[in-house]
Design a protein around this ligand. Structure first.
Ligand code: PMP
Length: 408
């Protein structure tokens, strides 16, 4: 891709110039968190040095400026997801909090004993545990969509599981553990045919591909700032307007009310403020807007295409390694290479490869049921971002070969 210049784009990321154990950093843990461009880092010092103030409390210049920048990000996210209306964008602490919001507000009022919630074998713990906590209180049933041997969801099984008791399908768009891209648009249509809603966990999709919530016809869509080149501490819940308007608040406090009284019922603000109790992560939200601008300036489609090149190269190269098994070989995959190696513990590989400057993730990737399904407790995972290079993939593969030689 001629328009996509990795060397230039890397200059935006100061951290990529650092060394680890005397070796140039090769950062391949992007599915856990992505690095942050200087433009986004600068938002923090600009905010705290020029217009730090609480928002929505107006009547002075700094507060007005902070409010305007904060609300501008809401419009920025609306465009990023192609939402109908900026009021459908709710700022949360991250994907985890967005899913908990849906569970505690929508789930607590709409689910009853006898109902079924469908999740998938591919889910991150953040899209499992909130439903388990609520199911323990309410008594609805959680059903699990199985995966095929290659890590793709078993869609025939999904169709068979859907029935008139199904109230919600909660599924990730891209698996963080295997990289599988799920056909969420098709899954949404099938859920809707049964009168069920669909919540899509977009934590791993938003960094890697264009997302259009209207095209998917998602009822809820969640993602995290820190995986889209933005800061930690901020994420987004998108919801269909009628749903959000009908849902009760889940946290009470300042900012989310219309009137508070000891004598008559307290009344609540309109969406999105109804779901944003307390002072939010103001600088983080504004910085998220800047991160999405950065992605836009590079081009999300160009990022997708480049990461596919990286993934293909890495897949080809590691496939030559004796006794290495890749988990997740579905034809539709994004930016993640998960593997185990005969005779070498993932933990040992992770620790030793770090000594060579290469950062990968080892462990269960917050997807214990999935890993157990594949008969392992841990994998090594290399995951890619826009700024990774083919040379870095080669350094990683050479380092991996060296490490395997050491531990076997
Ligand atoms: N879902 C998926 C698929 C993820 O990869 C992650 C982060 N690893 C999460 C949810 C949770 O995101 P956060 O920790 O930012 O809330």
């Amino acid at each position: 891709n001629a328009a996509f210049n990795v060397a230039t784009l890397r200059n935006d990321f100061p951290i990529l110039k650092r060394e680890v154990h005397g070796k140039p950093l090769v950062y391949l843990d992007n599915a856990a968190t992505s690095q942050t461009p200087q433009q986004v880092i600068d938002v923090f010092s600009d905010y705290y040095s020029r217009y730090n103030a609480n928002i929505h409390r107006g009547l002075h210049t700094l507060s007005d400026e902070a409010t305007a920048a904060f609300e501008a990000t809401r419009h920025r996210v609306k465009a990023f997801l192609n939402a109908e209306d900026a009021r459908q964008i709710i700022f949360t602490r991250g994907t985890t909090e967005a899913i908990n919001l849906v569970a505690q507000s929508w789930g607590r009022t709409q689910l009853a004993a006898g109902d079924e919630v469908l999740i998938s074998m591919l889910e991150h713990h953040s899209n499992i545990v909130p439903w388990q906590l609520l199911a323990a209180e309410i008594g609805f049933t959680i059903k699990v969509i199985p995966v095929e041997a290659n890590g793709a969801l078993d869609l025939a099984a999904y169709r068979a599981l859907l029935n008139e008791r199904t109230k919600l399908v909660a599924v990730n768009h891209v698996s963080n553990a295997l990289g599988t891209i799920n056909p969420v648009k098709e899954m949404a249509a099938l859920a809707h045919q049964q009168g069920a809603l669909i919540l899509v966990d977009g934590a791993q999709a938003t960094p890697h591909q264009m997302v259009d919530v209207q095209d998917i016809n998602a009822d809820f869509y969640a993602f995290s700032g820190h995986k889209v080149y933005g800061p930690t501490g901020v994420g987004v819940l998108y919801g269909k307007k009628a749903l959000l308007e009908a849902m009760p608040p889940w946290q009470g406090g300042g900012e989310m009310i219309k009137t508070v009284s000891f004598d008559v019922a307290t009344t609540f603000a309109e969406i999105p403020h109804k779901f944003e109790a307390g002072t939010p992560a103001i600088a983080e939200v504004i910085a998220l807007g800047s991160a999405l601008d950065w992605m836009d300036s590079v081009g999300v489609d160009a990022i997708s295409a480049w990461e596919a090149v990286l993934l293909n190269h890495a897949t080809e190269e590691v496939s030559r390694i004796d006794g290495l098994r890749i988990l997740g070989t579905a034809p539709n995959k994004a930016g993640v290479l998960s593997f185990v190696v005969d005779g070498a513990h993932s933990q040992d590989i992770g620790l030793l490869i770090d000594q060579l400057g290469v950062a990968i993730r080892t462990g269960h990737h917050c997807a214990q049921p999935l890993l157990h399904h594949f008969g392992v407790d841990a994998t090594c995972r290399a995951s890619f971002a826009a700024y990774n290079t083919l040379e870095e993939v080669d350094i990683f593969v050479a380092a991996l070969n060296r490490v395997i030689g050491m531990v076997r």
